[in-house]
Design a protein around this ligand. Structure first.
Ligand code: GLN
Length: 189
């Protein structure tokens, strides 16, 4: 199994390390080109800055191929900025990939200095959740499953092959959400 991490900007190395920590036999590769994208069974879109990420995605000609792979069923996981890029609606902006029926509000949790570690249940696992200028999920569409809440807000959702978390599991030592995503890919390959 090969898992890619979109490597244009953001917390790329952290995700690659986490995947390796789950299972050394899994290939964890940075994705910057269409050819690299073609080799992966699943893709992580990391946290970072969604405006920068979407601009670079266009510049590297990755927008259309990524969207096509997701629509064709490739498992994808967006963390924080990645979640914003997956959403059908972004308050005050045009949507990007539009493959997940949620509405989001960027920087809902405030500024960098408002970053915090929350905790809560993710699909039956109690986890710490690192929020860094994270988006609010302001609406969850029908058929989208809420996997985690924190302070009474949805913070992790899934719709079929699309997983999204407003927080950063790659910033902790707990690789169980990476394991969950690998399970989504395992169910496909
Ligand atoms: N605030 C960033 C954005 O709106 C996301 C922050 C993050 O990914 N940690 O794109």
């Amino acid at each position: 199994m090969t898992i890619g991490v979109l490597a244009l900007q953001g917390s790329v190395i952290e995700h690659l390390k986490m995947i390796k920590s789950v299972n050394k036999k899994i290939d964890a590769v940075p994705v910057k080109t269409i050819d690299e994208l073609a080799t992966v069974d699943g893709l992580i879109i990391p946290g970072g800055e969604s405006t920068t990420l979407r601009r670079l995605m266009e510049e590297f000609n990755l927008y259309t191929p990524i969207r096509e792979r997701i629509v064709a069923g490739m498992p994808v996981w967006g963390t924080c900025a990645g979640l914003i890029l997956l959403a059908n609606r972004i308050e005050g902006e045009n949507p990007c990939l539009s493959v997940l029926d949620i509405d989001v509000k960027r920087n809902g949790y405030g500024r960098h200095s408002d970053s915090f570690v929350g905790e809560g249940d993710f699909d039956g696992m109690y986890v710490n959740m690192v929020f860094i200028r994270a988006p609010y999920i302001t609406r969850v569409g029908e058929g989208v499953e809420v996997l985690a809440e924190c302070n009474d807000r949805p913070v992790a959702v899934r719709s079929g092959n699309v997983l999204a978390t407003a927080f950063h599991p790659e910033m902790t030592r707990d690789n169980r959400i990476h394991k969950y995503f690998i399970g989504m890919i395992d169910a496909k390959v």
